[in-house]
Design a binder for this molecule. Structure first.
Ligand SMILES: N[C@@H](CCC(=O)N[C@@H](CS)C(=O)NCC(=O)O)C(=O)O
Length: 121
């Protein structure tokens, strides 16, 4: 398999650390669903975070974290863009191709993040 070919990815190569009530995790699950990516899901207890979560996101220690071929990707907006690019030929594009439309999409993502970060989880 070519390194850039993510079409035939084995499900065990993709793992998501999440928490059921997190809007950030939900966003990543939607992105993986749009692309039809199979993955292993690990539910985290945020009062007792797993060693794996702390190791893979030692900067923020938060969910979601996507583990791709053993390499961690953290921060939901970064993960969504990674999923969009890594599986670019699968499903629809998540972010628009037009630079201005992409900027607008990122503006609204940031707006929702700011609103969500006012909540406590
Ligand atoms: N900026 C992060 C926010 C993620 C976040 O706040 N996750 C919460 C759950 S909704 C979390 O892991 N909280 C645990 C903690 O703050 O210790 C992202 O977009 O992924």
């Amino acid at each position: 398999m070519d390194d850039d070919d993510h079409q035939e990815e084995a499900p065990e190569q993709v793992k998501l650390f999440g928490m059921w009530a997190s809007p950030y995790v939900l966003k990543v699950r939607w992105a993986l669903s749009i692309k039809g990516v199979e993955y292993e899901y690990v539910e985290e207890d945020l009062r007792n975070k797993s060693h794996d979560l702390l190791e893979h996101n030692h900067v923020h220690k938060k969910v979601p974290v996507l583990l791709y071929r053993g390499i961690p990707v953290a921060e939901s907006d970064v993960i969504v863009e990674f999923v969009d690019e890594a599986w670019s030929h699968r499903g629809g594009r998540i972010l628009p191709d037009d630079p201005h439309e992409r900027a607008m999409a990122r503006f609204w993502v940031r707006f929702v993040h700011d609103k969500c970060s006012e909540q406590r989880y």
